[in-house]
Design a protein. Structure first.
Length: 170
């Protein structure tokens, strides 16, 4: 697959068919998350794959009632792991580990797209509520929710800022 083409054509999907994702594709998503780069190769991240309907509804409620989350066949919650990221001090805990999760999610979203799946990156949620819903240990912090499934509708591409607004050469 042409990676730049995938970057340009991937969309944020909020409407999903009620169709399960085959395990071999789920395994590819897992590989994409695990093989993403990380600060100092510490891999200060953990991901929860949620298929349970009740848990998905509770997560959707904690995500400011974004109910489409519960309709996705798979919801992935990305967490930072402060137990691992301590090596870089405060910057490792509050920046590098978040970057680790972000790099993992972007790669996973591209692999999802390559396999006919849609996804959307959600950052608007009550962090402490998701922490409690998943009964996370104290070292984990949920920083992203990503519903994944087969798109039932693909939106038009949103506008982008101009190159001159986004890029500056010096």
């Amino acid at each position: 697959m042409d990676i730049l083409k995938a970057v340009r054509e991937r969309r944020s999907i909020r409407d999903f068919h009620k169709k399960e994702i085959p395990q071999e594709i789920v395994d590819k998503l897992i590989d994409a998350l695990i093989w993403a780069p990380s600060a100092g190769n510490l891999q200060a991240r953990k991901f929860y794959f949620i298929k349970d309907a009740k848990l998905k509804r509770r997560i959707a409620a904690a995500a400011l009632n974004q109910n489409f989350i519960a309709e996705a066949p798979l919801v992935i919650v990305g967490c930072t792991d402060s137990r691992i990221s301590w090596r870089y001090g405060e910057r490792g805990v509050y920046l590098y580990s978040i970057q680790d999760v972000a790099a993992s999610i972007m790669g996973m979203m591209l692999v999802a797209y390559e396999n006919g799946l849609g996804s959307v990156w959600i950052g608007a949620f009550n962090e402490s509520a998701v922490f409690e819903i998943l009964n996370l240990p104290k070292n984990l912090r949920p920083v992203a929710i990503v519903p994944v499934g087969y798109p039932s509708r693909i939106p038009y591409p949103p506008p982008r800022v101009s190159v001159s607004e986004a890029i500056e050469f010096r």
